[in-house]
Design a protein around this ligand. Structure first.
Ligand SMILES: Nc1ncnc2c1ncn2[C@@H]1O[C@H](COP(=O)(O)OP(=O)(O)OP(=O)(O)O)[C@@H](O)[C@H]1O
Length: 233
C-alpha cells in the first residue's frame, strides 16, 4: 500500500459567478520514504494540491488516502489532528515567530505533539546547534529556513510538505536546504514533497508530478535520483 494515494481529486474555487478549477481530476500515489517534486508553472495548481495533501484544504471531489485513512472523509477535528501529528510544513518565507529564539520556535511546534524530538536535536540535525539561542532576525535567510525545517521535523511527521522552500534563497543556500531535505528522505525515511516551479530540482526526486492547468501532465519515476551537487540552475 502506498503512503499517499490521490484519486481523481478536483478542487473548485467559486468567487461570485466565476468558478476556477484549480485541480482537475488528479491521480497519483507516493511511497513511504520517497522524495517527490510537484513541478509546474505559476497558477498550475501546485499549492492547492499541497494544501489538500496537508489537510489545510479539502477536495471538491475525489479521494485522498494517507496511510490507509481517507482524509477526505475527516471531520474538522480529525483534520486538525492530522495536521498536527502527521504533517510538517516548510514554506517559502519561513514563518518564524520573531520574538522567539530558534529553539523556542521549534519547541512551540514540538509541544503540540506527543513523542516529539528535542528542539536541540532537531536544530543540530540541520546544523544549527550553535545558533539555537539566536532570534530569527539574527539569522540569515538560509539559517531561518533551516530553523523552519527543524521546526517541521521535530514533530517526527510522516510527511514533510515544502512549498517553494528555496524560493527566497540564493543558489548555494538553496542547494544546502535541498540537501537537508533529500537526506531527510534517504537517511531518515521521511516522505518529502517539494512544490516548485524550478525544473532543475526535479532530478533529485524519486518521482516528479508535472502539473499543468490543474491537471497531471506527466508522472515521472526516477530510480536513480541525482545528488544535489550534480544539479545546477
Ligand atoms: N482560495 C482561492 N480562491 C480562489 N481561487 C484560488 C484560490 N486559491 C487558488 N486559486 C486559484 O487556483 C489556481 C491555482 O492556484 P495555486 O496557488 O494552486 O497555483 P500554484 O501552482 O501554486 O501557483 P504559484 O506557483 O504562483 O503559487 C489559480 O488560478 C489561483 O488563482
Amino acid at each position: 500500500m502506498s503512503l499517499i494515494e490521490v484519486k481523481k481529486c478536483s478542487k473548485e474555487y467559486k468567487t461570485g459567478k466565476i468558478t476556477i478549477l484549480a485541480n482537475n481530476n488528479i491521480t497519483f500515489s507516493i511511497e513511504k520514504g520517497q522524495l517527490v517534486v510537484i513541478l509546474g508553472a505559476s497558477g498550475a495548481g501546485k499549492s492547492t494540491l499541497l494544501n489538500i495533501l496537508g489537510g489545510m484544504d479539502t477536495c471538491t471531489s475525489g479521494d485522498v488516502i494517507v496511510n490507509g485513512n481517507k482524509i477526505t472523509n475527516y471531520s474538522k477535528n480529525e483534520l486538525t489532528n492530522y495536521r498536527r501529528k502527521d504533517v510538517g510544513f516548510v514554506f517559502q518565507f519561513y514563518n518564524l515567530i520573531p520574538n522567539l529564539t530558534a529553539k523556542e520556535n521549534v519547541e512551540l511546534a514540538a509541544e503540540i505533539v506527543p513523542n516529539a524530538m528535542e528542539a536541540s536535536e532537531a536544530l543540530e540535525a540541520v546544523g544549527l546547534g550553535e545558533r539555537m539561542n539566536n532570534f530569527p532576525a539574527q539569522l540569515s535567510g538560509g539559517e531561518q529556513q533551516r530553523v523552519a525545517i527543524a521546526r517541521a521535523i521535530a514533530k517526527n511527521p510522516a510527511i514533510l510538505l515544502c512549498d517553494e522552500p528555496t524560493g527566497a534563497l540564493d543558489y548555494q543556500t538553496g542547494k544546502n536546504i535541498l540537501r537537508i531535505l533529500q537526506e531527510m528522505s534517504t537517511k531518515k525515511g521521511s516522505t518529502v514533497i517539494i512544490v516548485t516551479h524550478n525544473a532543475a530540482i526535479a532530478s533529485i526526486a524519486n518521482q516528479v508530478i508535472h502539473i499543468h492547468d490543474g491537471q497531471v501532465k506527466k508522472l515521472e519515476k526516477n530510480d536513480h535520483p541525482a545528488n544535489i551537487s550534480e544539479i545546477e540552475w
